[in-house]
Design a protein around this ligand. Structure first.
Ligand SMILES: [Mn+2]
Length: 311
């Protein structure tokens, strides 16, 4: 059965879609102002979750609303999100490549507005500031296609939404969540660095590396240039430093298609990917686990037990 959000998103016209975007924006502005969601803190681009019952992690969607709606269905999202003690974290890359970026944007804004304390929306490199190069940013064209003359204003609202998205999420004592990877520059005050990365993205590399980096099996150096032409490939020493600084056990990220999930950096890093429309040769998966289960997770292989692959 098609969920209610699926039906609403498929029929939304320009004014209804703008309204949903604006509701997502105001929910994000509110939590920035309060500096908090239930059981956690919000400091600029950083969300820290201290107190929760269950955690779901959904990774790159790339306009694949069909897979998103299947995942939401499997999680029984209405029930899951009705408790502010349950957290659903999205790792970013909502748009581009798939056929329904608009449906995915509609869904995440709708969910954030309806359940502001339960939903964390992170930023992917496809939601980066416009100063960064987009290799394949087709969102403006899909908007023009669907909304005609109103598309330009709506795209402007989407860019305003992107600026408010979270850059890193720490699940206390356990997980460090980012979209791309871990920054390679010397780690000073990491909270401050992430919190201000949006404001300072033209002055330092923090935002670029969080959104674009990829883990690689480098043992003799911290990083090497990325084939993406932006961001860096980083080695396990970088991951080890970040886990120690943030007092977490596993780093979780998306950004690269894989067969459900992939483990790197001697079990310190888990990659997860949640769409398949634009990547038919890979698998889609998500994570769902109770706090009790997560409290006993000490590495990526332990976390992988809670990866659910879509059949
Ligand atoms: Mn990405």
């Amino acid at each position: 059965m098609l969920s209610q959000i699926a039906r609403l998103s498929a029929t939304a016209g320009p004014s209804e879609f703008s309204q949903v975007l604006d509701r997502g924006i105001s929910a994000l502005e509110k939590e920035q102002k309060h500096g908090a969601i239930a059981g956690g803190t919000v400091t600029g681009g950083l969300v820290e979750i201290h107190d929760y019952d269950n955690l779901a992690i959904i990774s790159d969607l790339h306009g694949d609303s069909k897979t998103l709606f299947r995942i939401l269905d499997e999680i029984n999202h209405e029930r899951f999100l009705s408790s502010a003690r349950n957290k659903m974290v999205f790792l970013g890359d909502y748009v581009d490549r798939g056929s329904d970026s608009i449906g995915v944007l509609y869904a995440i804004c709708h969910l954030k507005h309806a359940h502001p304390d339960s939903v964390v929306l992170m930023r992917g490199n496809h939601e980066a500031p416009s100063e960064f190069p987009f290799p394949s940013h087709d969102l403006p064209y899909s908007m023009e296609d669907r909304f005609g003359a109103g598309a330009k204003a709506i795209y402007g609202r989407a860019l305003a939404l992107f600026q408010l998205l979270t850059l890193a999420t720490v699940v206390q004592g356990r997980l460090l969540l980012v979209h791309g990877g871990l920054p390679t520059d010397a780690l000073g005050d990491w909270r401050q660095a992430i919190a201000t990365a949006q404001k300072r993205h033209l002055q330092n590399r923090m935002m670029e590396e969080l959104l674009w980096n990829d883990p690689r099996p480098l043992e003799d150096e911290d990083w090497e240039p990325s084939w993406r032409g932006i961001g860096r490939y980083f080695g396990s020493a970088v991951t080890k430093r970040w886990l120690a600084a943030t007092d977490t056990k596993v780093a979780v990220r998306g950004h690269e298609p894989c067969h459900g999930y992939r483990v790197d950096h001697h079990g310190m890093m888990l990659t997860i990917f949640s769409c398949r429309e634009a990547y038919p040769n890979f698998g889609a998966a998500y994570i769902i686990a109770g706090k009790h289960d997560l409290d006993s997770v000490n590495d990526a292989d332990g976390l992988a037990k809670f990866v659910k692959k879509l059949l």
